[in-house]
Design a protein around this ligand. Sequence first.
Ligand SMILES: *Cc1c(COP(=O)(O)O)cnc(C)c1O
Length: 396
Amino acid sequence: MTRTFTGNFTQQESLPEDAIEAAVAVMRSGRLHRYNVADGEDGETALLERDFAAQLGVPYCLATGSGGTAMQIALTACGLKRGDAVLTNGYTLSPVPGAIHIAGGVPVLVETTDDMVIDLADLDAKAAAHPGTYLMLSHMRGHLADMERIVAICEAHGLTLIEDCAHTMGAAWKGRASGTFGRAACFSTQTYKHINSGEGGFLTTADADVMAHAVVRSGSYMLYDRHLAGPAPDAYVDARLDMPNGSSRMDNLRAALLRPQLVALSEQVDRWNTRYRAVENALSAHPAIRLRRIPQEETHVGSSIQFRLPDLPADAIAPFLALTKSRGVELKWFGAPDPAGYTSAHGSWRYVTAASLPNTDRVLARLFDMRLPLTFSVEDCRLIGEIIVECVGEYA
Ligand SMILES: *Cc1c(COP(=O)(O)O)cnc(C)c1O
């Protein structure tokens, strides 16, 4: 009997009741704008920033309109000038090169290893060629490169490190939280990430000057003293006049939705990892399927899973994808010549100077990817893995 999966890969869980109640309270108050607070009231957005900073273990946090705008703001707040080079992953999602370009930077794409992380030899060479610039390091799909070596390369060449933690909220390297290695880090609270407010993001840093510039750049007007996770007023002496107001604030409604979800994050991470392991176990049954071995140093959040089929013939890719789809398993393929859905390869980012990335191209050509929403049961995940194995068996 041919088994088919009937679940929906884009269906997230409903929000927790306490989040819904908190959001309703904000709506009843009418005070949705973050700086519209009653006497003595902090406001949900300022409280969320305080909560997230405490959870990550950093002094400063700014909540933003999206993860992408958090990246734009981080680059500007870290001193990026128009035309500066920003090294970044050749394999990532389009908001990353997009943010660099919009902030005035020039993306310099770095190669990808077979383990889907940034290639450290290529990074070192490109950092040497662009000393004193920036690295926007995207922890794409939650895979961490060796963070100690990344930091060492950045230090050796004077690069300012900014982390894109859209997929690593809750992850760590040797027990140190992802997002605490660079000058600044950016997170997303968009629906498909680890906490869900539809749209939203965070910028975190331990640098008072960076945070002061970020807060004003995000659109604080002269109300920056209302930030509970911001620096003291004297940090704003220059920032308040130097920074253009980029109007990308979070509002109290979304913040109210997020605060209870933050409390539940570590529980959710465990649930993702249980599902990840179920798929991983099933996939490991087929020798043609290559999975990333998660390094011992990495605390991983398995909210999605990737596998490679390095020996799959080129003309078998489309039929393989069609077969899995016909059995209810929606795989994303980063090797498609034409971008589709959320997925695009570096060659279709026309605003970026075309780069020769042969290893990235080779890896992406046989890389398959899927989300693991928490609406899937562990049994669902086992079934998905088994269906993929059966489909691979048709072509390998
Ligand atoms: C989603 C995502 C972003 C941007 O987040 P938005 O909140 O959607 O702007 C950045 N980087 C990666 C790798 C992402 O997946």
